[in-house]
Design a protein around this ligand. Structure first.
Ligand SMILES: [Zn+2]
Length: 400
């Protein structure tokens, strides 16, 4: 049934493009595109300014997208507060999605080979320095290496380089995916979910993560909560959430954790490890995911893992300082297999679309991760809300 629908849609879209699109220089949506549009520029630490610029020319390989919404990432919050990447002035926003309103004559398919048409809903992944085809299809390619990201690009003359804006210009050589079959909230969650799909792929390389593994997820911010959802969607049943916030632990249970441990009830790493042991009914974890950016949490987590167990550390997107562990007791004597995880590959992106659809289908409240929505004009409030640790995922939405 679904295949027939797809086929009909394809035939209709082929009829619409008429097969001779090379005649025209670009394809433009019938809806009107303004001459000028807004971007939110971070002009100094702690302050965005809404600025208006002329929309850039759309080249033969470019795509102009009308932004519908974009999540606020921890990275955005760091940049807003301290400019660690030295990017000011910068148009931020990399967890965005929107609708194609204009595209160059050479654009016909996305990075996975799916057709692209005006009106399609898209997301971008990174702009890889390697050939995107290799990044997509070489199964041995694990680490992203050097890559650029829309929303973290240096200031450019044509300005529309981030998703905190009315429009974004996706340039030649970028990666783009047609996600028209997903609703807006799901599309906003793709980027953070891809981080967890990648982390679980890294975890699987240890050979320790299995259906019946006892798994600890430490840290129940958006990343930890999505981690639980990915594990549950894969069919892993025995998941423990560890955090120090009761609301987050409650949400973790709705997301698929069946046990929770509040670390505030334990004094010291060994006591916490013992608490995990008891909550698992007299077992340590077979595998653990460390999802906080706190070095002490990294040191603590070894105490929760059994001999011969595994650990995936994914909490440190940026430098959070040094952690002190005891290499003898924590690593060698227990023969822990440790993997690090950072961002995602292009291939993980495509997997993420299926993950989100399945998570929603099995009833996980994944879309409830978006707790706050702000219009672009209130982007300063959006970032301050993120920094104040209120809510979970904050989104900046197009005004309509
Ligand atoms: Zn992000």
């Amino acid at each position: 049934m679904e295949n027939i629908e797809e086929l009909v849609r394809k035939i209709i879209s082929d009829m619409q493009t008429g097969g001779n699109s090379s005649q025209s220089s670009s394809k433009t949506f019938s809806g009107n595109i303004p001459e000028r549009a807004r971007v939110a520029t971070l002009v100094e630490k702690g302050r965005f300014e809404i600025q208006e610029y002329k929309l850039p020319e759309v080249g033969d390989d470019d795509i102009l997208v009308k932004v519908e919404g974009c999540g606020v990432c921890g990275t955005d919050a760091h940049e807003f507060k301290n400019d660690p990447f030295n990017l000011i002035p910068v148009v931020l926003g990399h967890e965005g999605t929107g609708e194609i309103v204009k595209m160059g004559k050479n654009v016909c398919k996305d990075s996975a080979g799916k057709p692209l048409n005006l009106g399609d809903k898209v997301v971008t992944c990174m702009i890889f320095s390697d050939d995107p085809e290799i990044t997509m299809f070489d199964l041995n390619k694990q680490n992203v290496g050097k890559a650029d990201v829309y929303g973290l690009l240096p200031d450019a003359p044509d300005k529309f380089t981030g998703w905190f804006a009315d429009y974004i210009l996706i340039r030649k050589g970028s990666t783009v995916f047609n996600v028209s079959d997903m609703d807006l909230d799901s599309r906003i969650l793709i980027e953070p979910c891809a981080v967890l799909v990648h982390a679980v792929e890294r975890a699987k390389t240890t050979g320790i993560l299995r259906f019946n593994s006892r798994v600890v997820v430490q840290g129940c911010g958006p990343i930890g909560l999505i981690c639980i959802a990915v594990l549950r969607t894969m069919g892993i049943q025995n998941i423990m959430a560890v955090d120090g916030n009761e609301n987050r632990l409650q949400f973790a249970k709705r997301m698929g954790a069946d046990v929770s441990v509040d670390f505030r009830n334990f004094k010291g790493a060994d006591a916490l490890g013992q608490g995990v042991y008891e909550a698992f009914g007299g077992h340590y974890a077979d595998f653990a995911f460390q999802c906080t950016g706190n070095p002490i949490a990294h040191a603590n987590i070894y105490k929760m893992i059994r001999k011969g167990g595994g650990l995936c550390e994914l909490g440190f997107f940026i430098n959070g300082g040094d952690a002190t562990i005891n290499p003898h007791f924590d690593l060698c004597a227990k023969e822990i297999t440790l993997v690090g995880s950072w961002v995602y590959t292009l291939r993980d992106y495509a997997t993420t679309f299926d993950f989100l659809k399945r998570a929603i289908a099995i009833g996980l409240p994944i879309k409830e991760l978006i707790t706050h929505r702000f219009p672009l004009s209130e982007i300063n409030e959006a970032l301050k809300t993120n920094l104040s640790m209120q809510g979970l995922k904050i989104a900046v939405m197009a005004e309509r």
